[in-house]
Design a protein around this ligand. Structure first.
Ligand code: ZN
Length: 421
Protein backbone atom coordinates (compact mmCIF):
# COMPACT_ATOMS: atom_id res chain seq x y z
CA UNK A 1 0.00 0.00 0.00
CA UNK A 2 1.41 3.41 -0.89
CA UNK A 3 1.67 5.92 1.86
CA UNK A 4 -0.14 9.26 1.99
CA UNK A 5 1.86 12.47 1.63
CA UNK A 6 2.06 13.79 5.16
CA UNK A 7 4.73 16.40 4.69
CA UNK A 8 3.06 19.20 2.70
CA UNK A 9 0.20 21.63 2.83
CA UNK A 10 -1.62 23.80 5.36
CA UNK A 11 -5.13 23.57 6.72
CA UNK A 12 -6.02 27.18 7.39
CA UNK A 13 -5.17 30.47 5.68
CA UNK A 14 -4.40 31.96 9.10
CA UNK A 15 -1.25 29.83 9.14
CA UNK A 16 0.30 31.90 6.33
CA UNK A 17 -0.67 35.51 7.14
CA UNK A 18 2.13 38.00 6.58
CA UNK A 19 3.37 39.84 9.65
CA UNK A 20 1.15 42.91 9.31
CA UNK A 21 -1.94 40.78 8.60
CA UNK A 22 -1.09 38.65 11.62
CA UNK A 23 -0.73 41.66 13.87
CA UNK A 24 -4.06 42.97 12.70
CA UNK A 25 -5.67 39.55 13.23
CA UNK A 26 -4.37 39.39 16.82
CA UNK A 27 -5.49 42.96 17.51
CA UNK A 28 -9.04 42.38 16.28
CA UNK A 29 -9.40 39.04 18.04
CA UNK A 30 -8.04 40.39 21.32
CA UNK A 31 -10.06 43.59 21.34
CA UNK A 32 -13.26 41.70 20.57
CA UNK A 33 -12.62 39.07 23.24
CA UNK A 34 -11.50 41.53 25.94
CA UNK A 35 -14.59 43.71 25.45
CA UNK A 36 -16.88 40.71 25.57
CA UNK A 37 -15.17 39.26 28.63
CA UNK A 38 -15.36 42.58 30.49
CA UNK A 39 -19.05 42.75 29.79
CA UNK A 40 -20.08 39.18 30.59
CA UNK A 41 -17.54 37.74 33.04
CA UNK A 42 -17.87 39.05 36.59
CA UNK A 43 -14.35 38.01 37.44
CA UNK A 44 -12.79 39.68 34.39
CA UNK A 45 -14.66 42.89 35.16
CA UNK A 46 -13.34 42.89 38.73
CA UNK A 47 -9.87 42.16 37.49
CA UNK A 48 -9.77 44.94 34.89
CA UNK A 49 -11.32 47.46 37.28
CA UNK A 50 -8.81 46.62 39.99
CA UNK A 51 -5.96 47.16 37.55
CA UNK A 52 -7.66 50.30 36.13
CA UNK A 53 -7.49 48.74 32.70
CA UNK A 54 -9.85 50.46 30.28
CA UNK A 55 -10.86 47.95 27.67
CA UNK A 56 -12.05 50.67 25.26
CA UNK A 57 -8.53 52.07 25.13
CA UNK A 58 -7.05 48.80 23.91
CA UNK A 59 -5.60 49.74 20.51
CA UNK A 60 -2.22 48.15 20.27
CA UNK A 61 -1.03 44.62 21.07
CA UNK A 62 1.41 46.00 23.62
CA UNK A 63 -1.53 47.42 25.64
CA UNK A 64 -2.18 43.93 26.91
CA UNK A 65 0.73 44.24 29.33
CA UNK A 66 -1.44 46.44 31.56
CA UNK A 67 -3.64 43.46 32.43
CA UNK A 68 -2.24 41.49 35.39
CA UNK A 69 -1.00 37.95 34.80
CA UNK A 70 -3.35 35.14 35.88
CA UNK A 71 -1.45 32.44 37.75
CA UNK A 72 -2.58 28.85 37.72
CA UNK A 73 -2.75 28.80 41.51
CA UNK A 74 -5.15 31.78 41.45
CA UNK A 75 -7.33 29.85 39.05
CA UNK A 76 -7.70 26.99 41.53
CA UNK A 77 -8.80 29.49 44.15
CA UNK A 78 -11.10 31.50 41.87
CA UNK A 79 -12.99 28.46 40.63
CA UNK A 80 -14.11 27.68 44.16
CA UNK A 81 -15.70 31.12 44.52
CA UNK A 82 -19.23 30.42 43.36
CA UNK A 83 -21.26 29.82 40.19
CA UNK A 84 -19.90 30.01 36.64
CA UNK A 85 -16.55 28.76 37.94
CA UNK A 86 -16.16 31.72 40.23
CA UNK A 87 -17.53 34.21 37.70
CA UNK A 88 -14.96 33.33 35.03
CA UNK A 89 -17.45 31.82 32.60
CA UNK A 90 -19.54 34.18 30.52
CA UNK A 91 -22.47 31.75 30.44
CA UNK A 92 -23.96 29.15 32.71
CA UNK A 93 -22.21 25.85 33.27
CA UNK A 94 -25.24 24.00 31.90
CA UNK A 95 -24.60 25.53 28.47
CA UNK A 96 -21.29 23.69 28.18
CA UNK A 97 -20.80 20.44 26.25
CA UNK A 98 -18.50 18.95 28.88
CA UNK A 99 -16.69 19.85 32.07
CA UNK A 100 -13.41 18.08 32.82
CA UNK A 101 -11.29 17.92 35.93
CA UNK A 102 -7.54 18.13 35.70
CA UNK A 103 -4.97 17.97 38.51
CA UNK A 104 -4.75 21.11 40.64
CA UNK A 105 -7.68 20.48 40.93
CA UNK A 106 -8.91 22.68 38.08
CA UNK A 107 -12.17 22.37 36.18
CA UNK A 108 -11.92 22.69 32.41
CA UNK A 109 -15.16 23.63 30.61
CA UNK A 110 -15.71 22.79 26.94
CA UNK A 111 -18.23 24.85 24.99
CA UNK A 112 -20.41 23.53 22.16
CA UNK A 113 -18.34 24.92 19.30
CA UNK A 114 -16.34 23.32 16.52
CA UNK A 115 -12.64 22.80 17.24
CA UNK A 116 -13.02 24.20 20.75
CA UNK A 117 -9.52 23.07 21.80
CA UNK A 118 -7.92 24.23 18.55
CA UNK A 119 -5.77 21.21 17.77
CA UNK A 120 -6.97 20.52 14.23
CA UNK A 121 -4.32 22.58 12.38
CA UNK A 122 -1.64 21.03 14.62
CA UNK A 123 -2.74 17.49 13.81
CA UNK A 124 -2.70 18.33 10.11
CA UNK A 125 0.80 19.79 10.48
CA UNK A 126 1.86 16.61 12.30
CA UNK A 127 0.77 14.62 9.24
CA UNK A 128 -2.68 13.19 10.04
CA UNK A 129 -4.84 12.88 6.95
CA UNK A 130 -8.37 11.89 6.04
CA UNK A 131 -8.82 8.11 6.09
CA UNK A 132 -6.30 7.41 8.85
CA UNK A 133 -7.28 4.87 11.48
CA UNK A 134 -5.98 6.28 14.74
CA UNK A 135 -5.49 4.77 18.16
CA UNK A 136 -5.96 7.43 20.84
CA UNK A 137 -4.13 6.30 23.97
CA UNK A 138 -4.89 9.35 26.08
CA UNK A 139 -7.16 9.02 29.07
CA UNK A 140 -10.88 9.55 28.43
CA UNK A 141 -11.82 9.73 32.09
CA UNK A 142 -12.30 13.10 33.88
CA UNK A 143 -9.12 14.49 32.30
CA UNK A 144 -9.73 16.37 29.00
CA UNK A 145 -6.88 14.72 27.04
CA UNK A 146 -8.74 11.81 25.41
CA UNK A 147 -11.70 13.77 24.08
CA UNK A 148 -9.59 16.87 23.43
CA UNK A 149 -7.37 14.94 21.04
CA UNK A 150 -10.28 13.12 19.47
CA UNK A 151 -11.78 16.43 18.26
CA UNK A 152 -9.08 17.18 15.63
CA UNK A 153 -9.19 13.58 14.36
CA UNK A 154 -12.93 13.87 13.85
CA UNK A 155 -12.43 17.18 12.01
CA UNK A 156 -9.79 15.66 9.73
CA UNK A 157 -12.04 12.67 8.94
CA UNK A 158 -9.92 10.04 10.62
CA UNK A 159 -11.43 6.99 12.33
CA UNK A 160 -10.61 6.84 16.05
CA UNK A 161 -10.15 3.86 18.33
CA UNK A 162 -10.67 5.39 21.79
CA UNK A 163 -8.38 2.94 23.51
CA UNK A 164 -7.10 5.10 26.37
CA UNK A 165 -3.91 4.11 28.20
CA UNK A 166 -3.13 0.63 29.54
CA UNK A 167 -3.87 -2.96 28.47
CA UNK A 168 -0.74 -3.10 26.33
CA UNK A 169 -1.48 -6.50 24.80
CA UNK A 170 -4.93 -5.39 23.68
CA UNK A 171 -3.47 -2.18 22.24
CA UNK A 172 -1.00 -4.19 20.16
CA UNK A 173 -3.68 -6.58 19.01
CA UNK A 174 -5.83 -3.64 17.83
CA UNK A 175 -2.84 -2.10 16.05
CA UNK A 176 -2.25 -5.27 14.09
CA UNK A 177 -5.82 -6.30 13.33
CA UNK A 178 -7.11 -2.85 12.33
CA UNK A 179 -3.85 -1.86 10.62
CA UNK A 180 -3.72 1.32 12.68
CA UNK A 181 -1.90 4.13 10.81
CA UNK A 182 -1.91 6.85 13.49
CA UNK A 183 -0.91 6.95 17.14
CA UNK A 184 -1.94 9.63 19.63
CA UNK A 185 -0.52 9.45 23.15
CA UNK A 186 2.66 9.99 25.11
CA UNK A 187 6.02 9.13 23.61
CA UNK A 188 6.86 7.03 26.67
CA UNK A 189 3.80 4.89 26.10
CA UNK A 190 4.68 4.41 22.43
CA UNK A 191 8.16 3.38 23.52
CA UNK A 192 6.63 0.92 25.95
CA UNK A 193 4.35 -0.49 23.24
CA UNK A 194 7.35 -0.93 20.97
CA UNK A 195 9.34 -2.77 23.63
CA UNK A 196 6.40 -5.03 24.41
CA UNK A 197 5.85 -5.79 20.72
CA UNK A 198 9.51 -6.67 20.22
CA UNK A 199 9.40 -8.94 23.28
CA UNK A 200 6.51 -10.74 21.60
CA UNK A 201 8.66 -11.23 18.51
CA UNK A 202 6.87 -8.66 16.35
CA UNK A 203 8.62 -6.60 13.67
CA UNK A 204 7.54 -2.99 14.28
CA UNK A 205 7.82 -2.11 10.59
CA UNK A 206 6.23 -5.22 9.09
CA UNK A 207 3.71 -6.42 11.66
CA UNK A 208 2.49 -2.93 12.59
CA UNK A 209 1.30 -0.29 10.11
CA UNK A 210 1.91 3.00 11.92
CA UNK A 211 2.85 5.97 9.74
CA UNK A 212 2.26 9.00 11.95
CA UNK A 213 2.26 9.82 15.66
CA UNK A 214 1.18 12.85 17.65
CA UNK A 215 2.74 13.01 21.10
CA UNK A 216 2.52 15.54 23.89
CA UNK A 217 2.39 16.00 27.66
CA UNK A 218 6.06 15.31 28.31
CA UNK A 219 9.43 16.54 27.19
CA UNK A 220 11.00 14.17 24.70
CA UNK A 221 14.75 14.12 24.19
CA UNK A 222 15.59 14.31 20.47
CA UNK A 223 17.45 10.97 20.53
CA UNK A 224 14.37 9.22 21.91
CA UNK A 225 12.22 10.73 19.14
CA UNK A 226 14.74 9.74 16.48
CA UNK A 227 14.96 6.19 17.68
CA UNK A 228 11.16 5.81 17.84
CA UNK A 229 10.75 7.31 14.35
CA UNK A 230 13.30 4.88 12.99
CA UNK A 231 12.04 1.83 14.83
CA UNK A 232 8.40 2.24 13.78
CA UNK A 233 9.20 4.00 10.48
CA UNK A 234 6.88 6.89 11.38
CA UNK A 235 6.66 10.68 11.44
CA UNK A 236 6.36 11.68 15.10
CA UNK A 237 5.48 15.28 15.96
CA UNK A 238 4.80 17.05 19.24
CA UNK A 239 2.13 19.45 20.36
CA UNK A 240 2.14 21.82 23.31
CA UNK A 241 -0.89 23.01 25.19
CA UNK A 242 -2.71 22.94 28.49
CA UNK A 243 -5.99 21.56 29.74
CA UNK A 244 -7.18 25.15 30.34
CA UNK A 245 -6.64 26.69 26.92
CA UNK A 246 -6.07 23.73 24.58
CA UNK A 247 -3.52 23.99 21.79
CA UNK A 248 -0.75 26.57 22.16
CA UNK A 249 1.76 25.30 19.62
CA UNK A 250 2.65 22.39 17.38
CA UNK A 251 5.52 21.10 15.28
CA UNK A 252 5.42 20.93 11.51
CA UNK A 253 7.28 18.41 9.34
CA UNK A 254 10.51 20.38 9.79
CA UNK A 255 10.46 20.00 13.60
CA UNK A 256 12.22 23.26 14.36
CA UNK A 257 10.12 24.57 17.22
CA UNK A 258 6.40 24.85 17.95
CA UNK A 259 4.36 27.00 15.55
CA UNK A 260 1.97 29.12 17.60
CA UNK A 261 -1.65 28.10 17.17
CA UNK A 262 -4.05 30.63 15.70
CA UNK A 263 -6.56 30.42 18.51
CA UNK A 264 -4.57 32.43 21.02
CA UNK A 265 -2.13 35.25 21.58
CA UNK A 266 1.10 34.14 23.20
CA UNK A 267 3.62 36.28 25.06
CA UNK A 268 6.92 35.38 26.67
CA UNK A 269 7.10 37.24 29.95
CA UNK A 270 9.41 37.74 32.87
CA UNK A 271 8.21 35.14 35.40
CA UNK A 272 8.17 37.57 38.34
CA UNK A 273 7.05 40.85 36.81
CA UNK A 274 4.86 39.63 33.94
CA UNK A 275 6.54 42.13 31.61
CA UNK A 276 6.76 40.87 28.00
CA UNK A 277 10.27 40.01 26.85
CA UNK A 278 11.95 40.42 23.46
CA UNK A 279 12.11 37.73 20.78
CA UNK A 280 14.73 35.15 21.68
CA UNK A 281 14.71 35.93 25.40
CA UNK A 282 13.74 33.07 27.69
CA UNK A 283 10.70 33.62 29.89
CA UNK A 284 7.35 32.23 30.94
CA UNK A 285 4.79 31.30 28.29
CA UNK A 286 1.70 33.49 28.89
CA UNK A 287 -1.42 32.70 26.88
CA UNK A 288 -4.60 34.58 26.06
CA UNK A 289 -6.96 32.29 24.18
CA UNK A 290 -9.58 33.92 21.93
CA UNK A 291 -12.25 32.16 23.94
CA UNK A 292 -15.32 34.22 24.79
CA UNK A 293 -16.91 31.49 26.89
CA UNK A 294 -14.04 30.99 29.30
CA UNK A 295 -11.80 34.04 28.97
CA UNK A 296 -8.51 33.18 30.62
CA UNK A 297 -6.59 36.35 29.95
CA UNK A 298 -2.80 36.30 30.26
CA UNK A 299 -2.72 32.88 31.83
CA UNK A 300 0.79 32.03 33.03
CA UNK A 301 1.58 28.45 32.11
CA UNK A 302 4.67 28.12 34.27
CA UNK A 303 6.56 26.80 31.24
CA UNK A 304 9.72 28.47 30.02
CA UNK A 305 10.41 29.12 26.34
CA UNK A 306 11.36 31.81 23.80
CA UNK A 307 10.01 33.15 20.50
CA UNK A 308 11.66 32.39 17.16
CA UNK A 309 10.46 34.41 14.14
CA UNK A 310 12.90 33.05 11.57
CA UNK A 311 11.18 31.69 8.43
CA UNK A 312 10.20 28.03 8.41
CA UNK A 313 10.57 25.93 5.23
CA UNK A 314 7.00 24.64 5.69
CA UNK A 315 5.66 28.05 4.64
CA UNK A 316 3.77 28.72 7.86
CA UNK A 317 4.44 32.26 9.00
CA UNK A 318 3.33 31.88 12.60
CA UNK A 319 6.10 32.58 15.12
CA UNK A 320 7.46 29.53 16.91
CA UNK A 321 8.24 28.65 20.48
CA UNK A 322 11.75 27.28 20.61
CA UNK A 323 10.70 24.26 22.63
CA UNK A 324 9.78 24.12 26.29
CA UNK A 325 12.93 24.61 28.29
CA UNK A 326 11.74 24.03 31.83
CA UNK A 327 9.32 25.03 34.56
CA UNK A 328 9.20 28.35 36.33
CA UNK A 329 8.61 27.22 39.88
CA UNK A 330 9.00 24.08 41.90
CA UNK A 331 5.86 22.72 40.32
CA UNK A 332 7.03 19.85 38.17
CA UNK A 333 5.36 18.41 35.12
CA UNK A 334 5.86 14.69 35.60
CA UNK A 335 4.64 12.26 32.97
CA UNK A 336 2.58 15.09 31.59
CA UNK A 337 0.87 16.00 34.87
CA UNK A 338 1.55 19.04 37.00
CA UNK A 339 2.63 17.96 40.47
CA UNK A 340 2.37 20.67 43.10
CA UNK A 341 4.31 20.47 46.39
CA UNK A 342 1.18 21.51 48.33
CA UNK A 343 -0.73 18.49 46.96
CA UNK A 344 2.08 16.24 48.13
CA UNK A 345 2.02 17.81 51.57
CA UNK A 346 -1.66 16.99 51.81
CA UNK A 347 -1.01 13.34 51.04
CA UNK A 348 1.96 13.02 53.36
CA UNK A 349 0.19 14.76 56.27
CA UNK A 350 -1.86 11.54 56.58
CA UNK A 351 1.32 9.66 57.53
CA UNK A 352 2.54 11.11 60.80
CA UNK A 353 5.44 8.63 60.97
CA UNK A 354 7.07 10.47 58.04
CA UNK A 355 9.34 13.17 59.42
CA UNK A 356 10.74 14.68 56.23
CA UNK A 357 10.44 13.88 52.56
CA UNK A 358 11.63 14.75 49.09
CA UNK A 359 10.43 13.76 45.64
CA UNK A 360 13.16 13.20 43.08
CA UNK A 361 12.44 13.13 39.36
CA UNK A 362 14.92 11.62 36.93
CA UNK A 363 14.60 10.51 33.30
CA UNK A 364 16.92 7.63 32.53
CA UNK A 365 16.47 6.69 28.89
CA UNK A 366 14.09 9.60 28.39
CA UNK A 367 11.29 8.33 30.61
CA UNK A 368 10.29 10.13 33.80
CA UNK A 369 10.99 8.19 36.98
CA UNK A 370 9.90 9.34 40.40
CA UNK A 371 11.41 8.41 43.74
CA UNK A 372 9.94 9.52 47.04
CA UNK A 373 12.52 9.65 49.83
CA UNK A 374 11.04 9.61 53.30
CA UNK A 375 12.73 9.90 56.67
CA UNK A 376 11.17 7.60 59.23
CA UNK A 377 12.32 5.29 62.02
CA UNK A 378 9.51 2.86 61.38
CA UNK A 379 7.51 2.83 58.20
CA UNK A 380 5.21 -0.04 57.28
CA UNK A 381 2.55 1.60 55.15
CA UNK A 382 4.18 1.48 51.70
CA UNK A 383 1.00 0.29 50.02
CA UNK A 384 -1.20 2.94 51.63
CA UNK A 385 1.21 5.68 50.66
CA UNK A 386 1.46 4.41 47.08
CA UNK A 387 -2.30 4.23 46.91
CA UNK A 388 -2.79 7.83 48.16
CA UNK A 389 -0.25 9.12 45.66
CA UNK A 390 -1.93 7.33 42.83
CA UNK A 391 -5.36 8.49 43.83
CA UNK A 392 -4.61 12.15 44.63
CA UNK A 393 -1.61 13.00 42.46
CA UNK A 394 -1.81 10.35 39.72
CA UNK A 395 1.82 9.38 40.00
CA UNK A 396 3.34 6.21 41.37
CA UNK A 397 6.67 6.97 43.03
CA UNK A 398 9.16 4.38 44.15
CA UNK A 399 9.40 4.73 47.93
CA UNK A 400 12.76 4.77 49.68
CA UNK A 401 12.87 4.88 53.47
CA UNK A 402 15.84 6.70 54.99
CA UNK A 403 17.15 7.07 58.54
CA UNK A 404 16.13 10.43 60.09
CA UNK A 405 18.77 13.05 59.26
CA UNK A 406 19.76 11.47 55.95
CA UNK A 407 18.32 14.18 53.70
CA UNK A 408 20.27 17.46 53.53
CA UNK A 409 19.16 20.23 55.90
CA UNK A 410 17.93 22.46 53.04
CA UNK A 411 15.88 20.58 50.48
CA UNK A 412 13.59 21.36 47.59
CA UNK A 413 10.34 19.45 47.91
CA UNK A 414 10.55 18.39 44.29
CA UNK A 415 14.07 17.84 43.05
CA UNK A 416 14.06 17.77 39.27
CA UNK A 417 17.18 15.97 38.06
CA UNK A 418 15.99 15.35 34.52
CA UNK A 419 18.27 16.19 31.63
CA UNK A 420 17.28 16.69 27.99
CA UNK A 421 20.30 16.55 25.76
ZN1 ZN B 1 7.09 24.94 9.93
Amino acid sequence: MTRKDRTEGILNRLEVLDSSEREQFYRIQLKDMLKYAYRYSEEVKKRFDRAQFNVNKFNDLSDIKHIPILKKKELIFLQSMGPRLGGLLTKDLGKMRRVFLSPGPIFDPEDRVNDYWGWTEGFYAAGFRSGDVVQNCFNYHLNPAGLMFEEPLRNLECAVVPSGPGSTNTQLEIMQKLRITGYVGTASYLKHLGQKAEDMGLDLRKDLFLEVAFVTAEKIPENVRNSLEKKFDIIMRQGYGTADVGCIGYECYHKNGLHLANKSFVEICHPDTGIPLKDGEIGEVVVTAFNKTYPLIRLATGDLSYIDRSPCPCGRTSPRLGGIIGRVDTTARIKGLFVYPHQMEQVISGFEEIKRWQLEVTNPGGIDEVTLYIESTEFHRHDDLQHSFREKIKIRPEIQVLEPGSLPAQIKEIEDKRSYD
